[in-house]
Design a protein. Structure first.
Length: 199
C-alpha cells in the first residue's frame, strides 16, 4: 500500500522532530555536565555525527522510494538535506568557537593548512550551503538543468564527509567505519547512474 499525501505530511513532522530534538538534548547535556572531561570534543563529534546521519538519510530516500514503490517519499528528501546543512553548520560553529575560541576565529585558515581533514570538512560544508540555498522550487525553476547538476554534488559530500570523520579521529574505531560503509553502500546503489556518467 502506497503512502498518502497526509501520511507524508505526518512523516515530515516526525522527521523535523527527529532532527531537532537532538539539539535540545545537546543543550541539556552541556548544561548538566553529561559529557566527558573534554566536552568541546564531544560536542564537535556529536554535531558532526548528526550531520552525517542526516546526509545518509537524505541519500537513502531515493533508493527507498524506488525499491519500496513509495514515490511520495521523495517529498521528505529536501527537509532532510536542509537539516543536514543545519547540523553541519552547528558542527563548524562548535569547532570554531570551542576549539579556537571566539577571539581566534582568524586561526581557522591556519588550521586548514596544518590539518588537511578540516579542508575536506569545509569543502563539504560549502557544497551543502550551495545545495541548501538552491533547495527551493523557485531556485530549481531558475537553474533548470543546472539545478540537477549542482545537486549531484551531494555525492561528492558523501565521499568527503566520511573521510573527514575517519581522518579526524585519533584512534580508529568502528563508528566512523560504519558511516563510511553506509555512504559506500548508498553510493553503490547508484552505480547505474555513475556508469552512465562515465560513458
Amino acid at each position: 500500500m502506497r503512502l498518502t499525501a497526509k501520511q507524508i505530511t505526518w512523516l515530515k513532522v516526525a522527521l523535523h522532530l527527529a532532527a531537532f530534538l537532538p539539539f535540545v538534548w545537546l543543550f541539556y547535556a552541556a548544561n548538566q555536565g553529561l559529557f566527558s572531561a573534554d566536552p568541546a570534543k564531544d560536542i564537535q563529534h556529536f554535531t558532526g555525527r548528526m550531520a552525517l546521519k542526516l546526509l545518509l538519510a537524505t541519500l537513502l530516500i531515493t533508493p527507498l522510494a524506488r525499491y519500496a514503490k513509495q514515490p511520495l517519499l521523495i517529498r521528505t528528501r529536501r527537509l532532510l538535506g536542509v537539516w543536514c546543512f543545519v547540523w553541519a553548520s552547528i558542527h563548524l560553529t562548535s569547532y570554531s568557537l570551542l576549539e579556537l575560541g571566539i577571539n581566534n576565529i582568524g586561526l581557522l585558515g591556519k588550521e586548514l593548512v596544518t590539518r588537511p581533514y578540516l579542508m575536506l570538512g569545509i569543502v563539504s560544508w560549502i557544497i551543502l550551503l550551495a545545495l541548501a540555498v538552491t533547495s527551493t522550487q523557485s531556485a530549481q525553476r531558475k537553474l533548470g538543468k543546472r539545478w540537477q547538476k549542482l545537486h549531484n554534488c551531494v555525492y561528492l559530500v558523501a565521499i568527503l564527509a566520511p573521510i573527514h570523520y575517519l581522518w579526524s579521529v585519533k584512534i580508529l574505531s568502528p563508528q566512523p567505519l560504519l558511516y563510511a560503509l553506509g555512504a559506500f553502500i548508498l553510493l553503490a546503489l547508484r552505480y547505474k547512474k555513475f556508469r552512465q556518467w562515465w560513458r
